[in-house]
Write a protein that binds this ligand. Structure first.
Ligand code: NAI
Length: 487
């Protein structure tokens, strides 16, 4: 049955871009993206979209009102759909049984979506596609909920079709995916979904597996990606101790074709809504199946990430003569990575929160994150509190200590230190002489993303600290030496 009408439940970072690309590539299909959040839908229907992704605005403006629609009428869109994507959020549980809180994904939104589909789907067959990242065997639970409505003449096929897009490059990833993964038990249903993607994805890149393999592949893929980051970050600390340079190490190991160069950038640690929660979901699965060694193995990826963040924060304070109290610190970047306005689990939250806790005045600049999002994140962090678990920075302190700036020069004026937290390209092209001249002396710069030219910065006069490269290690033979006064 060729699909003519698609409904997507969840107009977020996955649902919005995915459906925009499907609408652009399949003009014969009507795509309706729905969400219970009316404000979000209003933004999708406005000139200022709720999320920033390079290339997204152009696609949405081209297709919106033609074959792409955004609506709060979930039931109405479900009623008309041949295929429904469940693309709702699946955050880690914050309430519930002790063994589940902080580990297992909260499937309440998936369940709500499934119940709506069960009640409202049209007569005949509807394909229900899990786009959200879910634990293994979630499809079985969804099938059970759909079947329990027990409506004569209404039937469902559930497929797993996890999304591998990366925020910041979502449109590029969706247009040219490494692979599209479809897991299912019914060949016709798999083929119907594959036919949609085949409009622009070469058939050999459309991979068919069992439902369970597909669900688990998404969790394992994210765990392996995060593991590479934690591995290079673990190496970065050793480099600082030994006088090695982690960028040179990353290049040398990455040229091994068995290893490859991607995801080997040392940093203050990974963020984003997925890595942390998907690894915790994997840890939960391992514990559920009584595999304690496996659970510990995956958990260590998170532990190393926490360690990297904490040691970066400590380095800032210790370098600034062991106190940042009443000092002005400029934070460059608040998004969890460049080219997105998403701040979920951003390392910037951890850094700003730590500095506020130490009594600093924090001046934050990010080109895409809205002011109110920064304040919300710091007052009610959407992050797993690692440094001071369970503590929420009091609202009054945030209002007093946090200042949002219109540009990076403004943020740095009069500051004791600049801390680069997000790898936005624009931070590499700033006039650091101007920034240096406007700062308190000695002027410190902490490059948490390894994107700046440290030799140039040191020539200007900055005291530079970065990740995985000690700029005054006794073994260092070129560039600035300890006698330059750089730490
Ligand atoms: P999101 O939080 O941006 O969007 C989810 C949307 O679903 C929200 O707008 C929410 O209001 C809506 N929603 C929840 N329950 C609903 C219901 N019953 N009816 C209507 N709308 C409902 O989440 P995001 O980032 O798009 O992620 C969605 C899923 O995709 C998650 O499982 C995530 O793990 C996965 N994923 C996310 C990626 C990312 O880069 N953000 C990449 C790959 C997978």
């Amino acid at each position: 049955m060729p699909v003519q009408s698609i409904c997507c439940i969840g107009a977020g970072y996955v649902g919005g871009p995915t459906c925009a690309v499907i609408a652009a590539k399949c003009p014969h299909i009507t795509v309706t993206v729905t969400d219970s959040n009316a404000a979000r839908i209003e933004q999708w229907n406005s000139d200022i979209l709720p999320i920033y992704e390079p290339g997204l605005e152009e696609l949405v403006k081209r297709c919106r009102g033609v074959n792409l629609f955004f609506s709060t009428d979930v039931k109405g869109a479900v009623k008309k759909a041949d295929l429904i994507f469940i693309s709702v959020n699946t955050p880690t549980k914050v309430k519930g049984a002790a063994g589940e809180v902080g580990l297992a994904p909260d499937l309440q939104y998936v369940e709500l979506a499934a119940r709506t589909i069960a009640r409202e789907a049209k007569e005949g067959l509807t394909l229900v596609v899990e786009k959200s990242t879910v634990p293994v065997r979630a499809a079985a639970t969804i099938s059970e909920m759909l079947a329990s409505a027990n409506r004569p003449g209404v039937s469902f096929q559930v497929l797993s079709n996890p999304e591998f897009l990366s925020e910041g490059t979502a449109i590029k990833n969706l247009l040219h995916p490494d692979r599209v993964l479809i897991g299912g038990e019914n060949q016709q249903a798999i083929s119907d979904l594959a036919d949609i993607y085949a409009a622009w994805v070469p058939r050999e890149r459309i991979l068919e597996t069992s439902t369970w393999s597909s669900e688990l592949s998404k969790l394992v893929a994210n765990a392996l990606l995060a593991q590479r980051i934690s591995s290079i970050n673990a190496a970065s600390e050793l480099c600082e101790m030994t006088g090695a340079n982690v960028s040179e190490v990353a290049k040398a190991v990455g040229m091994d074709s068995r290893i490859g160069p991607k995801f080997l950038n040392p940093s203050i640690g990974f963020g984003g809504s997925c890595f942390h929660k998907d690894i915790m979901s994997l840890v939960y699965l391992c514990k559920h199946y009584h595999l304690p060694e496996n659970a510990e193995y995956w958990q260590d990826i998170i532990n190393m990430n926490t360690h990297q963040r904490v040691r970066f924060c400590r380095k800032i304070v210790s370098s600034l003569f062991n106190t940042v109290s009443h000092k002005k610190i400029a934070v460059f970047g608040f998004a969890f990575k460049k080219d997105t306005g998403d701040t979920r689990e951003s390392s910037s939250i951890v850094v700003a929160d730590y500095l506020i806790g130490e009594g600093a005045e924090v001046f934050i600049y990010d080109p895409k994150v809205p002011d109110r999002q920064i304040l919300t994140d710091l007052k009610l962090p959407q992050i797993t509190k690692e440094i001071s678990p369970g503590v929420i920075t009091p609202e009054g302190i945030v209002d007093k200590s946090v200042h949002i700036c219109r540009d990076p020069y403004d943020a740095a004026r009069g500051a004791h230190a600049v801390v680069v937290c997000t790898e936005w390209d624009e931070f590499t092209t700033l006039d650091y002489q101007v920034i240096y001249d406007s700062m308190q002396k000695p002027a410190f710069l902490f490059d948490g993303r390894m994107i700046l030219n440290h030799d140039t910065l040191m020539k200007i006069g900055f005291r530079v600290h970065c990740i995985g490269k000690s700029l005054n290690h006794p073994n260092k033979t070129n560039g600035a030496s300890a006698t330059n006064g750089y730490h």
